[in-house]
Design a binder for this molecule. Structure first.
Ligand code: DX5
Ligand code: ZN
Length: 218
């Protein structure tokens, strides 16, 4: 399917976000990934709507917004107003996941479901045809720069099989510890979108790193 890179702004220099967004604008990135953390669902706090709104004004890429917050459904409309194009909620935090996805789509956004490393792919069975995106967390959410969990490959393959057998159109996104070595194998395993924070923004040439990630192993 696709081969998209979604640089995560979490690893950018927050004192110069404009530079980071403009770099992504000019690059081959397919999305700009924004990690929203509330210090409750995950043990870290990132940034919220005012930052998103400022980024939206200058971003030429669709905003791929990953909600790591409790009760995300309280804020769907505000995230839409703040510029989200894709909105992803965590399976572990949504008691009424079907309703949540419907609400996101009714607001005009694409709807994603994220799975923590411990959450089995089988939990997607009844929801897969309602989702536009499945986000496989390949680290425990909350921080950038963590080590990739190798069992994620098997989860990607299982998710791909579920998508094919159910007739779902969902894309598979992988988030956490993506680098130039595992990018090729991850696409091969069935990933459509790779999120990359540290690998992109800590590299001496972020623009070229995005190109290399996109073309890794091909
Ligand atoms: C972690 C976030 C990731 C993070 C990835 O909770 O969801 O998007 O920015 O960072 P890296 O690519 O550095 O692992
Ligand atoms: Zn993320």
């Amino acid at each position: 399917m696709g081969r998209f890179i979604a640089p995560s702004l979490l690893a950018a220099n927050f004192a110069d976000l404009q530079h980071a967004v403009e770099l992504v604008n000019e690059s081959e990135a397919g999305f700009l990934h924004l990690d929203i953390m509330d210090g409750q669902f995950v043990p870290n706090i990132s940034f919220g709507m005012p930052v998103m709104q400022a980024v939206k004004k200058i971003s030429k890429k669709p905003l791929d917004v990953h909600l790591m917050i409790v009760k995300p459904e309280q804020y769907f409309e505000k995230f839409k107003q703040s510029g989200a194009d894709w909105l992803t909620v965590h399976m572990e935090e949504c008691k009424h996941l079907h309703r949540a996805l419907q609400e996101i789509k009714e607001l005009g956004m694409k709807a994603g479901v994220a799975l923590n490393p411990h959450t089995p792919v089988s939990t997607l069975e009844e929801i897969i045809t309602f989702a536009d995106l499945i986000l496989i967390m390949s680290v425990n959410p909350g921080f950038g720069g963590q080590k990739f969990i190798e069992t994620s490959y098997e989860k990607i393959r299982k998710t791909k099989n579920l998508i094919l057998s159910s007739g779902s159109n969902a894309l598979i996104e992988v988030d956490g510890g993506v680098d130039l070595k595992n990018a090729g194998p991850l696409f091969e395993a069935g990933a459509d979108i790779l999120v990359a924070g540290t690998t992109v923004f800590n590299s001496p040439d972020a623009y070229n790193t995005i190109h290399e990630l996109k073309n890794a192993g091909s």
